[in-house]
Design a protein around this ligand. Sequence first.
Ligand SMILES: [Zn+2]
Length: 237
Amino acid sequence: MSDLERLLDLQANDTAADQLRHRRKVLPERETLVELDRKESALRAEVAEPQAERDGLARDQKRLEDEIATVEGKAAHVEKLLYDGSMTSPKEAQGLQADLESLKRRQSTLEDEVIELMERIEPLDGQLAASVVALGAIDAEREQVKASLASSENVVDSELAETLAARQALVDAVPATLITEYERIRGGEGGIGVARLQGATCMGCHISLAAAEVDVMKRMPAGELAYCPDCGRLLVR
Ligand SMILES: [Zn+2]
């Protein structure tokens, strides 16, 4: 086997490794993970407004409940004065009775407002709870996809490790200067540094050479390197 034939074997090995690296980069799980991130962002954006609205309403409810507690405290105090027998005149009792009624009315109004707020909070809570469930489902799916990605990567990695292990033997069998030339062309020509000349066609670029060019190549001494005039790759003739 000639050095150039061995170089073709090295090319096949390098192409296989390139394809494995590409396959690793475009594993479908990666796109699925990006899609899940997109879904999560959209969901979070969707609930930002109802969440803010719900938080605002809850703050209003807390404020009303604090006020109710204050009013209740005042009413309890007035009731105590009314019934502990410390009053000196019916007029005073009347005044306290009026105060008490006013406090009770205020409390009733505040309680109605709280109920109204709770009625507005309820559907928002439903919506937010549904989004928590949906986010949980996204997380669970993401974990599954990550596990699947890791196992797909392992498969590719072990194939790549085998390919790279075989590479060294191929490199050792070819003169270093030829390897250097091959690497130089391979770097600039989409990963292909050497190709077979099949009939008059360069199998690197699939362009047919002129008959005269082929003739020249066929007459070259065996050790002389021939290049495709179109793509510049080494040709194995
Ligand atoms: Zn070519």
